[in-house]
Design a protein around this ligand. Structure first.
Ligand code: HEC
Ligand code: HEC
Length: 330
C-alpha cells in the first residue's frame, strides 16, 4: 500500500497540471506525445515495420504488435519464426512508455532495452544481431538515414533500439472518453459507464490498475485471494528476482484500449472482458459480481479506448545486391 500512496500523490500532482476542472482520480489522463526529433521517430517507425530484421524476412514488430489492432496480435500466445508458439500473450505497445518496466515480468528496464530482445529471440524474429546489422548496412537508404538522424556514419544495435524506442514513445492514445470525463466533461460518460467506474474504484481494482495507463505502475500477484490455475509454465517476476515471494507476480497490464487487446492475461486464457473482469473480482478481491455489475464495469473499461496513433505506412528502402537474403525455413 505504500507504493500506492506514493503513486497517488504523484498522480494528484500531475492531474493538477491539467487545470482546475480536472478530476482527482486514481487514473490520470494520457498526455499527447511530444515529438522532439521527428527524423528519429520516422526511422524508428521504419524499423518497427521492417520484416528484414527477421530471419524469415516476413516478421516485423508490427506482426505481433499490429497497430491496426491496438498494438497486439489478438492471439492467445504469439506465433513467431517457423510458426513457433511463444509462451505468453503479446502485451500492447500502445502506452507502454508509461510503464515502470517492459515485459510481463519487467525484465527490460525500458523500451530501448526491450527492443533488442525480439529481433534475436528464437521464437520471435530469430535474427542474430550481427546479421540484422549486416542487412541494414547493406541498404544504402538506411545507411544515409542513420547518418542523418545520429549525426555520424554507422549502424549499431544501440542506434537501432534507440530509434525504435523513440517511435514507440509516440504510441500513446490520448482523448479517450474516460479522459474527457477526467478533464471535466460531464457528458463524456453514460450513467452505466460511470456506475461501472464507481464499482471499479470502490471495490479496489484501482489499487493495482492506476496511473495514466490504468496499470503498469507495479508488480502484483495473479491470484491474491485464490490461486490462479494456468497451464502456462511462466512464473512472472520470480524469473527476474529469484525471490519466492515474486512467484506469479506480474506487471499489472494497462487497461487502456483493453477492448482491442483481447484475449487477456499473460496466458491469454480469458477470451472476453466479462470473463477477465469476473476472474479479477474473484481472484484479486474476493468479489463475486452480479451479471449487471460486470456489464457496467465492462462498459467503463471500453471508455478507456483512446485515439489510436495515425500511422502512414512507411515505404522501406530497397535491398541492394549485397543484402543477405531471408531464410524462412532456417
Ligand atoms: C513473434 C511475436 C513478436 C514479435 C515479432 C515482437 N514481439 Fe514484442 N512482444 C511479444 C510478446 C509475446 C511479448 C511479451 C513477452 C514477455 O513478456 O515475456 C512482447 C513484449 C513486448 C513489449 C513489452 C510490452 C509490455 O507492456 O511489457 C514491447 C515494448 C515490445 N514487445 C516491442 C516489440 C518490438 C519493438 C519488436 C520488434 C523489434 C517486437 N516487440 C517484436 C511478441 C512479439
Ligand atoms: C491485486 C492487484 C489487482 C487488482 C486488485 C485487480 N487487478 Fe486486474 N490485473 C492484475 C494483474 C497482475 C493482471 C495480470 C494477470 C495475468 O496476466 O496473469 C491483471 C489483469 C487484468 C486484466 C487483463 C488485461 C490484459 O491485457 O491481459 C483486466 C481486464 C483486469 N485486470 C481488470 C481488473 C478489474 C476489472 C479489477 C477489479 C475487479 C481488477 N483488474 C483488479 C492485478 C490486479
Amino acid at each position: 500500500m505504500k507504493i500506492r500512496a506514493i503513486s497517488l500523490a504523484l498522480m494528484f500532482a500531475a492531474t493538477a497540471a491539467w487545470g482546475a476542472k480536472a478530476r482527482e482520480e486514481p487514473i490520470e489522463p494520457i498526455a499527447p506525445a511530444v515529438v522532439t526529433n521527428p527524423a528519429k521517430v520516422e526511422l524508428g517507425k521504419k524499423l518497427f515495420f521492417e520484416p528484414r530484421l527477421s530471419m524469415s524476412g516476413i516478421i516485423s514488430c508490427n506482426t505481433c504488435h499490429n497497430l491496426s489492432r491496438g498494438g497486439t496480435d489478438n492471439l492467445k500466445t504469439s506465433i513467431g519464426h517457423r510458426w513457433q508458439a511463444g509462451p505468453v500473450n503479446a502485451p500492447t505497445v500502445l502506452n507502454s512508455s508509461l510503464a515502470i518496466a517492459q515485459f510481463w515480468d519487467g525484465r527490460a528496464a525500458d523500451l530501448k532495452e526491450q527492443a533488442a530482445g525480439p529481433i534475436q529471440a528464437g521464437v520471435e524474429m530469430a535474427m542474430p544481431h550481427t546479421l540484422a546489422l549486416d542487412v541494414l548496412q547493406s541498404i544504402p537508404g538506411y545507411v544515409n538515414e542513420f547518418e542523418k538522424v545520429f549525426g555520424s556514419a554507422g549502424i549499431d544495435m544501440d542506434r537501432v533500439t534507440s530509434a525504435i524506442a523513440a517511435f514507440e514513445e509516440t504510441l500513446v492514445t490520448p482523448n479517450s472518453r474516460f479522459d474527457k470525463w477526467l478533464l471535466g466533461d460531464d457528458k463524456a460518460l453514460t450513467a452505466d459507464e460511470l456506475a461501472g467506474y464507481k464499482i471499479f474504484k470502490d471495490s479496489g481494482c484501482v489499487a493495482c490498475h492506476n496511473g495514466a495507463a490504468a496499470g503498469g505502475t507495479s508488480y502484483q500477484r495473479m491470484g491474491v485471494v485464490r490461486p490462479y490455475v494456468s497451464t502456462s509454465p511462466v512464473e512472472g517476476r520470480y524469473a527476474v528476482t529469484g525471490n519466492d515471494a515474486d512467484r506469479f507476480n506480474f506487471k499489472v497490464p494497462t487497461l487502456r484500449n483493453v477492448e482491442m487487446t483481447y484475449p487477456y492475461f499473460h496466458d491469454g486464457e480469458a477470451r472476453t472482458l466479462e470473463e477477465a473482469t469476473d476472474i479479477m473480482g474473484q481472484l484479486q478481491l474476493g468479489r463475486y459480481y452480479k451479471e449487471d455489475e460486470i456489464a457496467k464495469i465492462v462498459a467503463f473499461l471500453k471508455t478507456l479506448t483512446g485515439e489510436q496513433p495515425q500511422i502512414t505506412v512507411p515505404i522501406l528502402p530497397p535491398s541492394s545486391n549485397a543484402t543477405p537474403r531471408p531464410d524462412p525455413f532456417k
